[in-house]
Design a protein around this ligand. Structure first.
Ligand code: FAD
Length: 335
């Protein structure tokens, strides 16, 4: 059923109250196809969990919520499984299902909000793992022709919070199903962030994928605001990748600044560190602000408009540019 003049407040984790002229759910490719035919002259927006979106105005078009479900094992060997997951499945529920079945590879990405269908959009990642590490192929509906195409790992052109769907093929495809290759005898990766510390705290020396998943859940719950309690979209900015000359200047001034090696001799800086250093952490501006524990996370304390949050992000970008000569890029999709 297509709803008219529908509020999107409960469909975006920032809880921004804007309206869509038309709103519909779809649970099959056929339903999607029929909706595109009926509303072919309207702009459209696909949403999953709305956890990587900042809505700055009413959407004069059709908002389509992906509810394609299904978790299927396509192939199984002694060492691995190939699984096909519906794009409308909740990402974290998929991770828990994988862990429950002893399929390793996604446990470090526990508790990332949103849908499986959106996970390739920005090659989601956490605690040293990205979906490109477990990705096999995906199916996407081509809006113009109505055909479903298969995309291989190479064709997705995954990068740091990037894919071909966010760049060259933007607004051309709807990701309907994603296939992942998971390991049955996974050697867990606990080297990143505070995973080891968390495991030590609970006395685990030989962690299973379940232990790693639990550790990640516990760390994330302790430092990230829960969107059901405080509107946010996770990291608002990407970690900037800069020339080594810029990184060296920062290290000269701040010897403990976190700097990591990146591709082609470049360096990756921690956006959260830059924002905190510039004094923004915990700052409130009207009804929005920068989270008190995570400088990378902008929050809606209630009643903020998308534009107020956008303006706050612009003020941060200008300030970081002036103080460090580094241009921050927004990770969140602005609409
Ligand atoms: C508290 C919190 C923590 C987070 N932590 C992380 C993290 O650790 N790592 C990380 O990478 N991200 C993180 N995020 C960001 C977010 O969870 C991911 O980007 C997630 O993949 C978004 O999924 P979604 O279904 O909510 O996408 P949406 O916000 O609904 O959509 C995001 C974009 O993808 C498009 N889109 C959605 N579904 C489809 C589809 N099926 N086909 C085509 N286009 C589509 C939308 O049009 C939009 O442009 C976090 C967010 C929050 C709120």
């Amino acid at each position: 059923m297509v709803e008219k003049n529908s509020s999107l407040k409960s469909y975006n984790t920032f809880s921004i109250d804007v309206r869509a002229s038309y709103f519909s759910r779809f649970s099959t490719t056929e339903e999607l196809s029929a909706l595109f035919q009926e509303y072919k002259n309207y702009p459209f927006l696909i949403i999953g969990g709305g956890s990587n979106l900042l809505l700055t105005k009413d959407f004069d078009g059709l908002v389509l919520k992906n509810e394609i479900l299904g978790k299927n094992i396509l192939e199984e060997t002694a060492d691995s499984v190939l699984v096909k997951i519906g794009g409308g499945e909740n990402w974290h529920e998929f991770v828990l299902w994988a862990v429950e079945n002893g399929f390793g590879g996604v446990e470090n990405m526990s508790l990332i909000p949103g849908s499986v269908g959106a996970s390739p959009m920005q090659n989601i990642g956490a605690y040293g793992v990205e979906i490109k590490d477990v990705f096999d192929h995906l199916y996407a509906y081509h809006i113009e022709t109505g055909e479903t195409h298969l995309f291989s790992l190479e064709e997705c052109q995954f990068g740091y919070r990037e894919s071909v769907f966010k760049r060259f093929l933007k607004n051309q495809y709807v990701i309907t199903e994603v296939c992942f290759r998971l390991e049955k005898n996974r050697k867990v990766n606990t080297t990143y962030g505070a995973i080891e510390q968390e495991l030590q705290k609970i006395g685990i020396s030989f962690p299973t994928i379940r232990d790693v998943s639990n550790a990640v859940i516990s760390i994330r719950q302790s430092k990230l605001p829960n969107p059901t309690e405080l509107g946010n979209a996770g990291s608002f900015f990407k970690n900037p990748v800069v020339d080594s000359t810029i990184a060296n200047k920062i290290i000269e001034k701040f010897p403990t600044a976190p700097v990591y090696p990146a591709e082609n001799g470049k360096k990756k800086l921690a956006a959260g560190w830059l924002i905190e250093q510039a004094g923004w952490k915990g700052k409130t501006v009207g009804t929005c602000g920068v989270h008190k524990l995570q400088a990378l996370v902008l929050v809606n304390y209630g009643g903020s408009t998308g534009n107020q949050i956008y303006d706050l992000s612009s003020a941060i970008i200008t300030d970081i540019q002036e103080k460090f000569g580094v241009t921050l890029e927004r990770e969140v999709n602005i609409l």
